[in-house]
Every structure is written in C-alpha cells, then in structure tokens.
Design a protein around this ligand. Structure first.
Ligand code: SF4
Length: 370
C-alpha cells in the first residue's frame, strides 16, 4: 500500500475551525449525503453552538433514515491486562502496580459464555499491548474457539501488520478497533511515554493496514480529554474521509471515549463537557450519515439515554474492563472506571422504551466471503 494518511499540522485544524461561519453551519444542516470538511469544521466551531438543537434534529433524522430504529449492542471481553507501553492516562500502563492477568483460552471461553447467556452476540476482544503475552497466535486460538458462538467478533489489541490482520480475519475476526488517542503530535508525544505506541505514524497507518487485510469494519477514535476536541473531531473526519476513499468496500465506525478515572494520577489535559461531546457526535453524523457511531459505558447512563436515537448507533452494555471480571464479579485491575453500570436487560429496556430496537446480532459469518 503506497498512500498514507497524515496530519502534519494540528494548528492548521484550529484555523480551519476558526473560519467556521453560521452560513457554513446552515449549508451543512441541509446536506443529505454528507458535508464537506469545511462544513464539518463549521459544525465543530463555536459558531455552531447556538444551533445545537438544530444539529441534534438533523443528526436524529439522518440516523433514522440510514439506520432505521436499530441500536446495536455489544460487550467488551478483556483477555489480558499486560502492557509494554506507558500511556500516561491508562490503568494498564507498564509500571502501574495493578494485579495483572491474562486469561487462558478456557477462561476466555468461560467469560464469553457468560456474555452469550446474557444475550450478547457481538463481543469485542480487548488486550493491553504486550505481544509476547497476547500475540497473534493466542488471539487466533481464542477467536477460532469462539467464532461459532458469536455473530461478530471485533478486536481492540496492539497494532498489527496487514498479514497478521489477514490471519485473524481468516480465523473469524470481523472488525478491528484502533484509536489514535490524539491526532495532535505534540500531545501524543507528551502522553505516550514508552513502548511501541510512541510511534505516532505507525499507529496512524494501522486502520489502513487492517482494512487492506479485508476486515469487514474498522473503528477509529480519539480519546477526549487530551487535546482540543474540536480539532480532534475535524481530524477524525479527515481520517474517515481518507479511509473511505481508499477502502470503499469497508464499513467504518467512530468512537468518542472521554477520559475516565484510572490507576495512576493522570488528570485530563482539557475539559470536554457532555454538551461538547454532543456537538461532536452530531457533527460527525451530519458529515458522514453512514458511519457507525459508538457510545460506550464510559459515559453515565443519564447521558447515554439522552443520546439514544440522536446519532449513536452502537452501545456497549454491562461492561467490565478487567480480565475475568464477568466470572468473578471483581472490578479490581480494571483499565478504567465505567460510568454506566446497568446490565444489558436494563439498557435494552430503555432503548425499546424510546421506540428503538436493541439489536444484539446484525451480521452472520455465513455472509462472509473469505
Ligand atoms: S492505552 Fe493501551 S497501550 Fe496504552 S497503556 Fe493502556 S493498554 Fe497499554
């Protein structure tokens, strides 16, 4: 693959957002099939803040038109908390004194079966980044054992090479989530203190490597609380547009994780309010009406319920972020504290109450062309 996505100058994004005008916001609000990057910049700008109710209404209408009443449900399954990187904001960072654990294949299956019994058909396998502990061989083995029990298996693990993603795709992985954390190179260097994750460019190129391997869906995202959220939103839009252009056959999702309390003493570098997060979600929906938007249990139940139908199309539920936590009920050793502790039944009940359909299965591997 020759083409590469780059973000050379984060400050340029700020200037582009500053050029946002009410007229650009107005034109974006009337688009049916997505808006331009200048219009996205305007939707993210202070000039759009007064129009937030109109943005919410437009985002709701586009979401209903493209996704119907469906809200997809999934759960993360943490396989390993070992990590060789030192990300200043993360409980799993090397050097943090937390109990660490890697599940055996049998333990992973036991955790997965608990989720299956609770009604989940889509799971996200998560590891810290420690290839010597949880490498491709291990992931492949876990996926091969689980693939007949789940309609979709996504992974959120260390960045891999295209040939490694191809192996995991053949084993049964359907999607890859890989978040840049921040598109601001200076801040990236400031918070990624050691390990392979210090390589900004390699991480930025990872979604393209996963797409090139044939994955059905790729998830990108920014960790909100590290750099200016408006610029992160514009960078996400640029990355998404680039990926769509080069991998038109792949589906894409965007996540908006806000920093949560975790082991260590890291405090967010910038504040991102729920109102800011709402504006970001509405802007991305208007920019790309077909992209899946994920709102995780990092957020409080009140906010998640309020956002139902307004833009997000996929919710995690009943999550535990420590390996083995579904079996033991223990939250010690979690990657971060979650904000919505409700079980899947309760989340599905609220979704149905809003006239939406909670969907635990939207794909079957019978459809997959290997
Ligand atoms: S964010 Fe990921 S790579 Fe960084 S310390 Fe946590 S688990 Fe490791």
């Amino acid at each position: 693959m020759s083409a590469t996505f780059t973000i050379d100058n984060f400050a340029e994004l700020e200037k582009r957002i500053e050029r946002g005008t009410p007229a650009l916001v107005h034109s974006a609000l009337h688009r049916e099939d997505g808006c331009s990057l200048d219009e996205l910049a305007a939707l993210l700008s202070p000039a759009a803040e007064e129009q937030l109710p109109l943005m919410a209404a437009r985002s709701r209408a586009l979401t209903a038109k493209r996704f119907g009443r469906i809200t997809q449900i999934f759960a993360p399954l943490y396989l390993s908390s070992f990590c060789v990187n030192r990300c200043a904001y993360c409980g799993f960072a090397a050097g943090n004194a937390i109990p660490r654990r890697k599940l055996s294949v049998a333990e992973a299956v036991a955790e997965a079966m608990i989720l299956k019994e609770r009604g989940f058909n889509h799971i996200l396998l998560v590891t810290g980044e420690a290839p010597a502990k949880a490498g491709v061989d291990y992931l492949e083995e876990v996926v091969r054992v689980l693939k007949n029990d789940f309609a979709a298996i996504s992974i959120e693990v260390q960045p891999l090479e295209t040939r490694e993603y191809a192996r995991l795709f053949a084993a049964g992985v359907t999607a890859v989530a890989i978040y840049q954390e921040t598109y601001n190179r200076r801040v990236y260097d400031q918070v990624h203190l050691a390990g392979k994750k210090t390589d900004f460019a390699y991480r930025l190129d990872t979604p393209a490597r996963a797409a090139a391997a044939g994955m059905r869906e790729i998830g990108i995202g920014a960790l909100l609380g590290l750099a200016d959220w408006r610029c992160e939103g514009l960078a996400l839009g640029m990355h998404l547009a680039w990926l769509r252009k080069h991998f038109w056959q792949t589906g894409f999702t965007v996540s908006f994780p806000r920093l949560r309390p975790a082991a260590g003493s890291f405090a967010p570098l910038v504040q991102v309010s729920e109102r800011n997060l709402s504006q970001l979600i509405f802007a991305l929906r208007i920019f790309d009406p077909d992209v899946g938007l994920i709102l995780s249990t990092r957020e409080e139940a009140r906010f998640r319920d309020g956002m139902l139908g307004l833009g997000p199309t996929r919710y995690s539920a009943g999550s535990c972020t420590a390996p083995g936590g579904y079996s033991t009920g223990e939250h010690e050793g979690e990657q971060f504290a979650i904000g919505d502790h409700r079980p899947i039944d309760e989340v599905c009940h609220v979704i149905a109450d809003r006239g939406l359909d909670p969907v635990c299965k939207d794909w079957d591997r019978e459809f997959q062309i290997q």
